[in-house]
Design a protein around this ligand. Structure first.
Ligand code: NDP
Length: 397
């Protein structure tokens, strides 16, 4: 049915490649390209399908990308490199006439700041080119928006309160490690918190607001209010929302390490001079931390990510909780990667499947909640991320 190019051969790219290979009726021709070709070749070896092509590409370089697109002629690119590459890949897609999907919004390298404005600015150019760009199609962002769209379509006349809750109750048995790219992860967590209330954004100190929340099959966990990018598009696309927040669990050990990393300057993203060489401390730290891709083997426990929603249906207040629990070990057995890469990579594959099946295809730049959630929800159940619903329970929030 379709030709797909996966860019990025990290933890998420590995899962996307496995899941794409499991759906050969949809993905007939596949290429994995990344900065380091050997990593792409290793993924192909692990999957055991020599028909998957590989290539080296610097995704910061538009001309290199265009040359690769013109040679392989993909219908859609799944961008699972880093958020820094979003704009160059979108630019190359426009030049070569290729559709686009990613899992994280653009961030400039030198400021830890994420917002959709840079990518939304491409809307008209994608419309004029007749190309589709699907933004933020991992789990959160991604499934969190699709859950919200599904709730709005089937269970609410008006969504008023939205809390996205992300719990990782896994244990990788390392003193400190991040579950995805450490540089991106630490930049996200050390920022100010932010949530939306009554038409305004409220800023908090980093990790200032926290609360114990109870997760299915896991129990109570300390959950911290963070800013997360899907809040920006969800409050825009669901204007009835009065309050939207995002919560993530962290253990005390993790937070202590994080505090030390910040206090000693290792979370800095500006250049420092070290023996005449310019280094960015956070990038150096990434080089010495455990590689998130190597955590899978000893990772036990599970993740639980969902949306807790309160609103009106037929003039009555109701609550709704929709969530998925994902076992790190099961993810590892299937793809060689832990649950955080798995929960991101599976939705990215499904998004590309939706596009190739013509179900999520319209010219322009869209966040996932702007498409029909039903066929996507159906695939989540088939592709390894089944979801569960609780109606009119206590949301704790
Ligand atoms: P990794 O760091 O493991 O992998 C990133 C990959 O991109 C690496 O293979 C890297 O190459 C490659 N890459 C980096 N820069 C370039 C470049 N200039 N040109 C070509 N390739 C490049 O990250 P993850 O797999 O953990 O994460 C991938 C993406 O998924 C990130 O954008 C992250 O923010 C997002 N994500 C989204 C989530 C969601 O739920 N929405 C959750 C988790 C992650 P090399 O190996 O040579 O360094």
């Amino acid at each position: 049915m379709g030709r797909v190019l996966i860019i990025g051969a990290g933890g998420v790219g590995t899962v996307v490649a496995h899941k794409v290979a499991q759906n050969p009726d949809v993905f007939t021709d596949v290429m994995i390209a990344s900065r380091t070709k050997a990593k792409c070749d290793n993924i192909v070896k692990a999957i055991g399908n020599p028909n998957i092509k590989t290539a080296q590409v610097d995704a910061d370089n538009v001309d290199e990308l265009v040359a690769l697109f013109n040679e392989f002629k993909p219908e859609i690119v799944i961008n699972v490199a880093l958020p820094y590459q979003d704009l160059t890949i979108m630019e190359a897609c426009l030049k070569a006439g290729v559709n686009y999907l990613d899992t994280a919004n653009y961030e400039p390298k030198d400021v830890a700041h994420f917002e959709y404005s840079w990518q939304w600015a491409y809307k008209q150019r994608f419309e004029e080119a007749g190309l589709t760009a699907i933004l933020g199609c991992g789990f959160d962002p991604g499934v969190s928006g699709i859950y919200t769209a599904y709730a709005a379509k089937h269970h609410f006349d008006e969504i008023q309160y939205l809390d996205i809750v992300d719990c990782n109750a896994g244990n990788h048995h390392k003193a400190f490690a991040t579950n995805f790219n450490p540089e991106i992860n630490i930049r996200e967590i050390t920022q100010n918190g932010r949530y939306y209330e009554n038409g305004k954004w409220v800023t908090t100190q980093p990790l200032e607001i926290h609360k114990s929340l109870t997760y299915p099959n896991i129990g109570p966990r300390d959950s911290y209010l963070l800013y997360h990018e899907e809040l920006e598009s969800l409050v825009k696309n669901y204007p009835t929302i009065k309050r939207a927040r995002f919560w993530m669990t962290f253990g005390q050990e993790y937070l202590t390490h994080l505090r030390v990393i910040q206090n000693i300057g290792m979370a800095r993203i500006d250049e420092v001079d070290y023996n005449g060489v310019k280094i960015v401390p956070l990038q150096f730290l990434k080089a010495v931390l455990p590689n998130p891709q190597d955590l899978g083997e000893n990772y036990d426990g599970e993740t639980s990510i969902g949306c807790r929603i309160r609103g009106l249906k037929d003039d009555k207040e109701r609550t709704y909780y929709v969530y998925n629990n994902c076992s790190h070990h099961a993810a590892y057995l299937e793809t060689g990667m832990q649950g955080v890469s798995y929960t991101t990579g599976v939705p990215a594959m499904i998004g590309a499947m939706m596009f190739l099946k013509g179900l999520w295809k319209k010219p322009g730049v869209f966040n996932v909640e702007e498409f029909d959630p039903d066929p996507f929800m159906e695939q989540l159940n088939k592709q390894g991320l089944p979801w569960h619903e609780v109606f009119d329970g206590d949301l704790e929030l």
